[in-house]
Design a protein around this ligand. Structure first.
Ligand code: G3P
Length: 216
C-alpha cells in the first residue's frame, strides 16, 4: 500500500520523505489555509521534495473554471495531480484531464456508486473519506470494501486512495482490504512506527549493552 501524507506543512513532508517511505502528498483548500502559505508556491515546493503524485485541488465549481484552474496547476510540475470534487462538473473535468494524460484525484467520495462513476470517468485516484464517513454514523471501511469489490469486478485501474484516515486501525484495515493508497496526517503516519514494546525492548538492550563496557 502506498503512503501519502495529507498536509501542506513542509517540515513534516521533508521529515517523512527522508524515511524513504513516502509515496506522495495530498492537500486540500483547508490544509492550504492552515499552512498560511501561498497555494502555488507551497505546491511547487512540495513537488520538489516528493517524486510521487502531489494532489492540488481546484476551487472552481463549474467545468470551465476547473479546467482553467487545472491548466495553471498542472504547469507547476510533472507530478501534480489535479484534485476535483465528485460532482458532474468534477467528473467531466476528470474525463477531460485524464484524456490529456494528467493525473486526477476525485475527492469527497462517500458512496460506492460515486466511486464507480469516478472509475468510468478515468480517475487516477478515488478518495473515499473513511473518517468523515464514520463521523456521520456510517462504516468508512465498508465503503473501501465495496469499492475494492466493484473495481476488481471490472478491473478498473483507478486507485483507491483511502482518505480522512484518523488512526492506525484505519491504516491496518485499509491494507487488509487492499486499498491502493492511504493518505493520513503526519502524526498518524509517525504513530505507525511506535510500539510500547519496541521502546521497552530498546531500553532493555541499551541497559544490558552498557554493562558489557563494549563499543562497536
Ligand atoms: O484530504 C482530505 C481528507 O483526508 C480530510 O481528512 O480528517 O479532515 O476528514 P479529515
Amino acid at each position: 500500500m502506498k503512503f501519502f501524507v495529507d498536509t501542506a506543512e513542509i517540515a513534516d513532508i521533508k521529515e517523512l520523505a527522508d524515511t524513504g517511505l513516502l509515496d506522495g502528498v495530498t492537500t486540500n483548500p483547508s490544509l492550504i489555509a492552515k499552512s498560511g502559505r501561498d497555494f502555488m508556491e507551497v505546491t511547487r515546493e512540495i513537488c520538489g521534495i516528493v517524486d510521487g503524485p502531489v494532489s492540488a485541488e481546484v476551487v472552481a465549481l463549474d467545468h470551465a473554471g476547473m479546467m482553467r484552474e487545472a491548466e495553471i496547476l498542472r504547469k507547476i510540475a510533472d507530478n501534480v495531480c489535479i484534485k476535483v470534487p465528485l460532482t458532474i462538473d468534477g467528473l467531466k473535468t476528470c474525463k477531460a484531464l485524464t484524456g490529456e494524460g494528467t493525473m486526477v484525484n476525485v475527492t469527497l467520495c462517500f458512496s460506492a456508486n460515486q466511486a464507480l462513476l469516478a472509475a468510468k470517468a478515468g480517475a487516477t485516484f478515488i478518495s473515499p473519506f473513511v473518517g468523515r464517513h464514520d463521523d456521520n454514523g456510517f462504516d468508512g471501511l465498508d465503503l473501501i470494501r465495496d469499492i475494492r469489490l466493484i473495481y476488481d469486478n471490472y478491473a478498473y485501474e483507478t486507485q483507491i486512495l483511502a482518505a480522512s484516515i484518523r488512526h492506525g486501525v484505519h491504516v491496518l484495515e485499509c491494507a487488509r482490504i487492499g486499498a491502493d493508497v492511504m493518505t493520513a496526517p503526519p502524526a498518524v503516519i509517525k504513530g505507525l512506527f511506535k510500539h510500547v514494546l519496541t521502546d521497552k525492548g530498546i531500553e532493555g538492550f541499551m541497559a544490558d549493552w552498557a554493562k558489557t563496557g563494549q563499543t562497536i
